[in-house]
Design a protein around this ligand. Structure first.
Ligand code: G16
Length: 543
């Protein structure tokens, strides 16, 4: 086979963020951009010749071109087997699962997750290691360093590979195998959940709507919900993966999935609604006229998980990212299991899961997952909820109200200020950081800051530390404000402000978080001097 080394020069903007490399599509379409980054990934691995590599993506614009480039570079680098989803499709959780199932050295996922796609949208490349988890900091640092010094890449001079048919093709020492992207994942879900119990729910007239947002989960949802679980045809909407997501912004939240929220607050609403993001790792759940906050969802999953057969006797602990509300903590205390607080980024859960310290983890950014694989998993979370509904016979709202009655309600809200000038956003954070020593004991709007600190994480398994992981201001033990900059944007900066407040006053349980925490939101703007540093007074998205 004709393998060539091509000279190149580094792109110094290539760096791994919260979840891989995320860029504007126009940036990655530059000559040698994908080539450099792919070779940088391979150069940072050891002993991969002859091993298996998984490749897939969420079907967004430019995936097809990038995939062909990556396949040729991977073959030239002498991987033994490359497993790729049919038509290039593989959800992030499915990739994580098959990395482990097929003993691969890792997997490349072409996705910018919940970011919009298209020529003017975003593109991303993620790399997961042999345990199926997003590459940890030690690996992403190596990839970034290599991308900054790269001077050549290898490629195989072969025509584009047909990915439309399931089967194998051999190129030199490499076998490229095209697989059904859904089959392994669907079989695994059947091992975890009691499908007959969920099926009975549908047989008894339970109604559901699932919005795949024209992204990767359409084929998974149709096979699982409409096929295996017997939900009526039409349960899955926006079920065909499209390069531009049909104009939708595939981020399931109150802003970008407003059409679904409106359906669930109408008289004709079904019993249950759910949606996933571009690459299928996030989930949003709604009941009739009820939005389930992901932080409450994590607390409820902690309550019920060990009632699902796969988890009987396996609940060792739960972890949440620091900005995720403390709703799950009280449940963990009650169940006498450990509760860990990690930085934002799924990669921080991997070592805890591998060491068996936790069974379950989740984030406020609509992510939840368990020891079943090393990614957050949207369809898994929805199946877990369907199992809970089948088992209890209650609605989403009833189950959540019961949580609040038992532990109090922890209001949770994320306010994002998107599209900020990066220098302005960094100045705001720097000023906050400088003011930490004086903030302690300060009173604003009659509330006193009892602790002001920047979050540093020491991984209890690996000992690795991560500094600068968000500034947290506590007002006693029941209220707090957290500030951090997003690590998943493709241009400018996004400031995230997280607000939490617990109440045990049942007359306040039905308040909206915006009403309940209007005062805290005001304090968050005052303390950060938001208007002065950014010119903004109102967030672009609130979830
Ligand atoms: C990624 C990470 C999550 C993180 C989220 C938001 O999700 O995997 O752990 O919570 O981004 O991160 P940030 O606040 O830095 O933008 P995804 O679904 O984009 O892969």
């Amino acid at each position: 086979m004709d393998i060539t080394a091509i000279k190149t020069e580094p792109y110094l903007d290539q760096a791994m963020g919260t979840s891989g490399l995320r860029k504007k599509t126009a940036v990655v379409r530059q000559s040698r951009y994908i080539e450099n980054f792919t070779q940088a990934i391979f150069d940072s691995l050891e002993g991969f010749a002859g091993k298996t590599l998984i490749i897939g993506g969420d079907g967004r614009f430019y995936n097809d071109k990038a995939l062909q480039t990556i396949l040729k570079i991977a073959a030239a680098n002498q991987f033994g087997r490359i497993i790729v989803g049919q038509n290039g499709l593989l959800s992030t959780p499915a990739t994580s699962h098959i990395i482990v199932k097929y003993g691969a050295i890792g997997g490349i996922i072409l996705s910018a997750s919940h970011n919009p796609g298209g020529p003017d949208g975003d593109f991303g490349i993620k790399f997961n290691t042999e345990n199926g988890a997003p590459a940890p900091q030690s690996v992403t640092d190596k990839i970034t360093a290599r991308a900054h010094t790269i001077d050549r890449y290898w490629t195989m001079n072969i025509p584009d590979i047909d990915l439309s048919e399931i089967g194998e093709q051999t190129f030199g020492n490499t076998v490229i195998e095209v697989i059904d992207p859904v089959a392994d994942y669907a079989a695994y879900m059947q091992e975890i959940f009691d499908f007959s119990a969920i099926k009975t729910l549908f047989t008894n007239g339970f109604t559901m709507i699932y919005d795949a947002m024209n992204a990767v989960t359409g084929p998974y949802a149709k096979r699982i919900f409409e096929g295996l679980l017997g939900a009526p045809a039409g349960t899955v909407i926006h079920g065909t993966p499209l390069p531009d997501f049909g104009g939708l912004h595939p981020e399931p939240n109150l802003t970008y999935a407003k059409h679904l929220v409106d359906m669930m607050y109408a008289d004709s609403a079904p019993d249950f609604a759910a949606a996933s993001d571009g690459d299928g790792d996030r989930y949003m759940i709604l009941g009739r006229s009820f939005f389930l906050n992901p932080c409450d969802s994590l607390a409820i999953l902690t309550q019920y998980l060990d009632s699902i057969p796969f988890y009987h006797g396996r609940l060792t602990g739960v972890a949440r990212s620091m900005p995720t509300s403390f709703a799950a903590d009280a449940v963990a205390r009650d169940k006498h299991i450990a509760c860990y607080q990690t930085p934002t980024g799924w990669k921080f859960f991997g070592s805890l899961l591998d060491a068996g310290k936790i069974t379950l983890c989740g984030e406020e950014s609509f992510g939840a997952g368990s020891c079943h694989l090393r990614e957050k998993d949207g369809i898994w979370a929805i199946l877990a909820w369907l199992s809970i509904l089948a088992q209890t016979g209650k609605t989403v709202a009833e189950i959540t109200h019961a949580l609040w009655q038992q532990y109090g309600r922890v209001f949770a809200m994320q306010q994002s200020y998107e599209g900020l000038d990066a220098t302005d956003a960094n100045t705001l954070m720097e000023k906050l950081r400088e003011s930490l020593p004086t903030l302690n004991g300060t009173t604003v709007n009659d509330r006193t800051i009892t602790d002001a600190a920047e979050f540093t994480y020491a991984d209890p398994v690996t000992g690795d530390t991560a500094t600068g992981q968000g500034i947290c201001l506590s007002f006693g033990s029941d209220a707090r404000i957290v500030y951090r900059l997003s690590g998943t944007g493709s241009s400018g900066a996004t400031l995230r402000v997280y607000l939490n407040e617990r109440t045990t006053d049942a007359t306040r349980f039905s308040q909206s978080p915006a009403t309940a925490m209007a005062d805290l939101a005001d304090i968050s703007r005052q303390i950060a001097n938001l208007k002065k540093h950014t010119g903004r007074e109102t967030p672009t998205t609130i979830t």
